[in-house]
Design a protein around this ligand. Structure first.
Ligand code: FAD
Length: 217
């Protein structure tokens, strides 16, 4: 590669990854951000290397379920009513993707980004101090019972189409796999081949040094 300087804008995990691979390919790289590296969403996320997470939230059934979620305070859909007029045009466009053909299209487009997350993170961190933050693990979905799992069958069919089949554990066997789960989980769908980042902030291989304590006056 020619020694031209490549400018990468934004130093989250996406920009840092791009910059590191460009450096490894021999390019000169300038990474630009208004803040220190890894301070955005890449700092405080859940750290799951979610290889099977290609199924979008917008999937068939969402239109049916969403209205029932809005009034429930414990539902995953939270709405600030005064924002509704401004939100409505976006919401209509968003919900228009909740059909079978769109869900398949989105899952197929996301799959190449997520299915090799574990391998990509390992390769990125290889030979750096960031290696110690990576842990292999399974990824599990908890259900009240088999009926609830089967009601989620559409998503599992999409994951299976991309090579991710769950191993099912039911009843007392759930606690053998994950003792922290209570009796409310009657079925655990465990998908091997995942991982997590123990602390996404310091994982950034070029994290800034800790800020110096302020001098006493
Ligand atoms: C609560 C939460 C949990 C999540 N959990 C997971 C998870 O478990 N697994 C997973 O894979 N993903 C998870 N995600 C998603 C994941 O965190 C993001 O997809 C990822 O961090 C996005 O990285 P990024 O580099 O694109 O953006 P960011 O990390 O947000 O970086 C964007 C950078 O752009 C900079 N920037 C913005 N505007 C400007 C400007 N005008 N000029 C200069 N710089 C600018 C910011 O300072 C920032 O450094 C989660 C997200 C959230 C919010």
């Amino acid at each position: 590669m020619a020694q031209d300087t490549v400018v990468v804008l934004a130093a989250g995990i996406v920009g840092v990854s791009a910059a590191l691979w460009l450096r490894r390919a021999g390019a000169r790289v300038v990474l630009i951000d208004r803040d220190a590296p890894g301070q955005g969403a890449s700092r405080g996320n859940a750290g799951v290397l979610a290889a099977c997470a290609m199924v979008p939230v917008t999937q068939p059934g969402l239109m049916r379920e969403a209205p029932g979620m809005v009034p429930r305070r414990d539902s995953p859909l939270f709405l600030r009513w005064p924002h509704l007029p401004r939100l409505a045009p976006w919401l209509v466009r968003y919900l228009s993707h909740a059909g079978d053909a769109e869900t398949r299209r989105i899952a197929a487009a996301l799959a190449p980004f997520v299915t090799d997350s574990v391998e990509q993170h390992a390769a990125l961190a290889s030979g750096t101090a960031a290696e110690r933050w990576l842990e292999p693990c399974d990824y599990a979905f908890s259900y009240r019972d088999r009926a609830a799992f089967e009601a989620d069958g559409y998503g599992w069919a999409r994951r299976a189409a991309h090579g991710f089949e769950p191993v099912l554990h039911e009843g007392a066997a759930v606690r053998d796999v994950e003792p922290a789960l209570g009796p409310g989980t009657g079925l655990l769908a465990r998908v091997p081949g995942h991982g997590f980042v123990r602390d996404p902030g310091p994982m950034s291989p070029i994290s800034p040094p800790p800020s110096k304590p302020r001098a006493e006056r």
